[in-house]
Every structure is written in structure tokens, then in C-alpha cells.
Design a protein around this ligand. Structure first.
Ligand SMILES: [Mg+2]
Length: 157
């Protein structure tokens, strides 16, 4: 009986679950042990996107703050000093790029990842030139979100 299509030699193929891997839905943050827990500000006017990012980041053991527009993002960034900001571009009032500009002006070392929808050619370079530490194109895989957090501010172990 073969329950996995694993090519080549495989050890412990039947292990039910590797230690340190995220458990089933609702399980405690078992993955937190592998990465440093940080505080991420998720700035997005879309509630569904905000909630999804929050759940994924919390499950990875991180603390999450949220903002629904650019001005709120600036306020929280300056008052709560998160380790990283995931910044939507299109938001009502002040957009994400202006919010990033104001935040970087006062806190140049603040890590900001721009999350942009409807990306066009050259957007990534434009956002990086504007000061973004990295750029995620929406829709991004949730794995890409936790990876960029680990890469930029989480580190390993
Ligand atoms: Mg938006």
C-alpha cells in the first residue's frame, strides 16, 4: 500500500507529523518555536484580507496589529513600533505609499513590505525605489507572507 507518491528513497515516510510543523486548524502555535515571534502591523482596507493575514501570522506565533487606512497605519507605526508593516497600496484617504513615506521619514529603519494588487510591470522596482524593503504581489500565497516575515525580521531560531 502506497499512500504517498514520494520519488526516491524516503525515510520516515509514514511519520504522522513532523515535530514543529503546524498542527491542524485551531491548534496552538507550535510553529512559533522555529522562528522568532515579532509584531507585524497589517495595513489593509479590506477586512477579509486583514483577517486572513492576521490568522496566518498569529498561527506562526506572531503578534498582529491592524490598520484600515494609511493615516491609521502611520499612527500605529509610530506609537507601537511594530517590527514590520505589511502595507496595502490602495486604501481610502492616505494610500500605502504615502503612509510608508511618512513612516520612513520618521523611522527610516522601519521594515515595510508593500502588498500590491493589480501589479503592473515596473511596480516592484517602483515600490523598492520608494523605500519598500520587499514587495508582495496580491494575491500572494500565505506561505510567502510568513516567509517574508522570517526573512526580514523573524530570523530563524
Ligand atoms: Mg486596498
Amino acid at each position: 500500500m502506497h499512500d504517498e507518491e514520494a520519488p526516491g528513497p524516503v525515510t520516515q515516510a509514514s511519520a504522522p507529523q513532523a515535530p514543529g510543523r503546524p498542527g491542524p486548524e485551531g491548534a496552538p502555535d507550535v510553529s512559533a518555536a522555529a522562528t522568532k515571534a515579532v509584531t507585524v502591523l497589517v495595513a489593509d482596507d479590506n477586512e477579509v484580507a486583514q483577517r486572513l493575514c492576521r490568522r496566518v501570522l498569529q498561527k506562526a506565533g506572531h503578534r498582529v496589529l491592524t490598520a484600515s487606512d494609511g493615516q491609521e497605519a502611520v499612527n500605529i507605526a509610530l506609537s507601537d513600533a511594530p517590527d514590520m508593516i505589511l502595507m496595502d497600496v490602495a486604501m481610502p484617504g492616505m494610500d500605502g505609499l504615502e503612509a510608508m513615506r511618512q513612516i520612513k521619514e520618521q523611522k527610516p529603519s522601519m521594515v515595510v513590505v508593500i502588498a500590491s494588487a493589480h501589479s503592473m510591470a515596473g511596480d516592484r522596482e517602483r515600490f523598492l525605489a520608494a523605500g519598500a524593503n520587499d514587495v508582495l504581489s496580491k494575491p500572494f500565497r500565505l506561505n510567502d507572507l510568513t516567509s517574508v516575515v522570517d526573512k526580514l525580521v523573524g530570523g530563524t531560531r
